[in-house]
Each structure stands twice: as structure tokens, then as C-alpha cells.
Design a binder for this molecule. Sequence first.
Ligand SMILES: NC(=O)c1ccc[n+]([C@@H]2O[C@H](COP(=O)([O-])OP(=O)(O)OC[C@H]3O[C@@H](n4cnc5c(N)ncnc54)[C@H](OP(=O)(O)O)[C@@H]3O)[C@@H](O)[C@H]2O)c1
Length: 266
Amino acid sequence: MKTAYYKNKKIWITGASSGIGRAMAIELSRLGAYLILSSRSKEKLEETQSLLQYPDHSEIISLDIADTQAIDQITDQVLASLQIDMLINNAGISQRSLTMDTDMKVYQQLMKVNFFGVIHMSKIVLRQMIDRKSGHVVTITSVNGKLGSYMKSGYAASKHALHGFFDSLRAEIDGSGVDITLVTPGYVRTPISVNALTKDGSPQGTMDENTNKGIPVDRFAKKLLKQIAKRKAEIAITGKIEALGLLLKRIWPSMLRKLTAGRKEA
Ligand SMILES: NC(=O)c1ccc[n+]([C@@H]2O[C@H](COP(=O)([O-])OP(=O)(O)OC[C@H]3O[C@@H](n4cnc5c(N)ncnc54)[C@H](OP(=O)(O)O)[C@@H]3O)[C@@H](O)[C@H]2O)c1
């Protein structure tokens, strides 16, 4: 691993209270990064902090990224005292509900957290990076940022939107010294399906079989950090089935449609 890439970098991770964000924080602390840990739950962030190799080399900033005013206020406060080298847009929320049953407020929440919150924070932090001519913005999207699947219409839409946004932005800031990386994970074993919104906005509360069989989160985080250090534009870390889905989407989309039609586990 190119450990030097992370050493003493100031890295802001959203969604650091659980799953992928927590696992990345643990590994990044081991690699010597200074961490700003964000999410809504202060208690769970404290739990993450207690698991770090160097907890003193980190701080907790509670932030609901669906709250526009809070983003403005908190980024102002953080950027006044710190130069952020890397922003990891990891916070996100999934969905498990059929489109025709789903309340519009669920779609709005998915877009607020997964899209508007992400682009809002990125625009603010990027300003500082562009002025300094250096920085790295990493955004965790999903295989569902490349293809849609059953009961995830709003989630897939929000993750597709991130690809459109960051691909456009990357072209605009070419030569600025700032890297943009998009990450498309397949199934990773985290509580994402437990926290996923159902048709009325309440969490599903149970673990999906596919997620439970997904890549162990600590292994995923280590693999991902190796790839990020190479400053790649896009990184896909998936199991075989998701990799096949991504391939078919590109070269044989009609077959993908046939294989996934009506499949709940898609
Ligand atoms: N696990 C997978 O199979 C998988 C696959 C593809 C992509 N992903 C993506 O990976 C990212 C991390 O997900 P995960 O699997 O680690 O799920 P997770 O364990 O449920 O973690 C989600 C994180 O997002 C935070 N979050 C949710 N709503 C938020 C809000 N309004 N404001 C701030 N933070 C918020 C949560 O913290 P609080 O509750 O404390 O706010 C939590 O730390 C997501 O973007 C997800 O879409 C996951």
C-alpha cells in the first residue's frame, strides 16, 4: 500500500459512524491521516473514534447532510481552521420499496442525502482545494450508479446523478491539481439494508441476504484505499455477479434487462 499518500493528510469522511466510513477511518488512522469524522450520530462517531489507532489525531463533527444550512455553517467552521486534503463523500442511504408504492418524501430524502448533500459539501470544500491547486474528492456511489435494480429506483437515480455530476465536474476542473474519484462498490457487509428506507420512509430494519454475503467491510476498505492512492478516476470493487451486471450493461444491455426482470435480489 502507498502508505505515504495518506500520511498527515487531513481527510474529512462523511458517514464515518458505520459500515464503510468507519472501516475506512480505522485504516486511514493506521496510515497516519488526520481525520474529521462526520455523520448525524455523535455517539456512534465517538465509538468510531475509540476504534482508531490515533484517536487524538481526529475530530468529530456531527452533520446531517440533508440539512443545507448545517452544511454551510459547519463547512465554514471546519475550513476556517483546517485545509482539507481529501473529502470522502461516503454518507448515504439506500431504499427497499416498489416505485408505485413509494411516497415522494422518500425520493426527496434519498436525493437530499445521496445527491444534494454530496454536491453541496463538495462544491464548498473544492473551492479551497482549487485555490490551493491540490486535493482529492472521493465519492462512494454504487453499482446502482451504473445500473438500476428492483426496489431501488430512488437510490439508483441518486447514485446515477452523482456520476453525471462528477464526470462533468472532472472535465471542468481538469488541470486544477484536484483529483476526482468515483467508487462503485458491489455488495459490502454493512448495515446499509437495515437502514434502507421503505415506502413510507421507515427503515427496513433487516439485513438483506446479498449484503450479508457481501465483501467483509474491513477487507473492502483496505482494497479501496490502495486504489484511491493511485488517484484513479473510477474504482469498482464488486463480487462476480455485480461485475457481470456492469459488463452486460455496457456490452449487452438487453441481456441484463432479461436477466434482472422481476428479480427481487437484483
Ligand atoms: N454496503 C453496500 O453494500 C454498499 C454498496 C454500494 C454502495 N454503498 C454506499 O456506501 C456508502 C456507505 O454505506 P454503508 O454500506 O457503510 O452503510 P451504513 O453502514 O448504513 O452507513 C451509512 C452512513 O451514512 C450516514 N448517514 C446516513 N444519512 C446521513 C445524513 N442525513 N447525514 C449524514 N450522514 C448520514 C450514517 O450515519 P448516521 O446514521 O450517524 O447519520 C452512516 O455513517 C453509502 O453511500 C452507500 O450508498 C454501500
